[in-house]
Design a protein around this ligand. Sequence first.
Ligand SMILES: [Zn+2]
Length: 422
Amino acid sequence: MEQASRTQGFYSPIESKSPDEVREEKLQKVLRLIDAAYAQSGEFKTRMDEARIKPADIGSFEDFSRIPALRKKDLIRLQSEPGRLGGLLACDFGKLRRIYQSPGPIFDPEGRSRDYWGWAEAFHAAGFRRGDLVQMTFSYHLTPAGLMLEEPLMELGCAVIPAGPGNTDVQIDLMTRLPVTGFVGMTSYLDVIATKAADAGYKLKEDFKLEVAFVAAERLPESLRQKVQDAFGMIIRQGYGTADVGCIAYECLELSGMHASSRGLVEICEPGSGVPLPAGEMGEVVFTPFTDAYPLIRFATGDLSIMDESPCACGRTSSRLKGILGRVDDTAKVKGQFIYPSQAAEVVCMFPCVKGWQLVVDNPGGKDSLEIRTCCEGNLDVDKFMVKFQDKLKLRPKVTVLPESEEIPADAPKLLDKRRFD
Ligand SMILES: [Zn+2]
């Protein structure tokens, strides 16, 4: 009975509205946000003025996409400039609820509005429901994870055990002596708990009452998800966001990618230019949260993904991100074309004889060249490899099979850019 209700309903009516209705609703929110941010955020006003754009010039998403993106790596420098966090903050410090600090170091201000970071719909989609008792294993101090992810649980009507990270024996003790149905943290840590508890003689499906987990902050291999889900007999779903903007996207129970959050605008853009790309093309995740206190308009995350606009069986109408497929810093533009190592990896997977590989970009004589170096066991069909590679990456590489005496270390960068521009 409890389990059935985990699969039903939406947190917010917007999740099942038609894409056109959602588009219109989001456009109105974007326009309001631009007016407010132009008046209150020195950073945004400067960015608009430098691009010679006035709020009145913006009436459509097309106009909106002309606003230059704000790069995550620029936040550190901007925040140290004069003004309220270099003008990024649109209210006085005392009007905030909290300020966190995340690696960078970057300050992450938290406004006072309800569900400020927007994770409630993500937790609902993951199957969390009123009445769950949830163990929170993210840290509660300085970095935002613990408190940021506790707020949606309060919104949904769950109770929280603020366990924080580590102390695995204590975590196990809490989970087995109290009816803990929910877990928030990293899947790899839940796996550690499972192993340690099993070693100590606990029966995971009987002594633990876990039914749902919301996980984040690390790459989640499907094999690990399956292993831990099976061990406890539970559901594990992940969310995607950053400490700057909160929730960007989240999985539903269908496991068909990550639904774009309804509390902001998700764009997939060409790295560098910030020009939006059509669905199906890989690009950088650019997010605009509809929050006034700290308006990070067109925030370029540095993460790569692909937008999928096909319908989802769960009934949510939002587009979905096809996972996080790499970092912008690991890409290079070669002959006007972006090279994504994750796409090269897909090609390599079709050729099991390739045991190691590396893309090498160079520009001898000022002309871009692309080479893929491979270590192989057995014979690589170079022509076939080249065709598959060209299909996927739209570029024809030089394929080099290294002699058996040479190898490419597993931790070597997948893309080596040796170009010099003088
Ligand atoms: Zn769905």
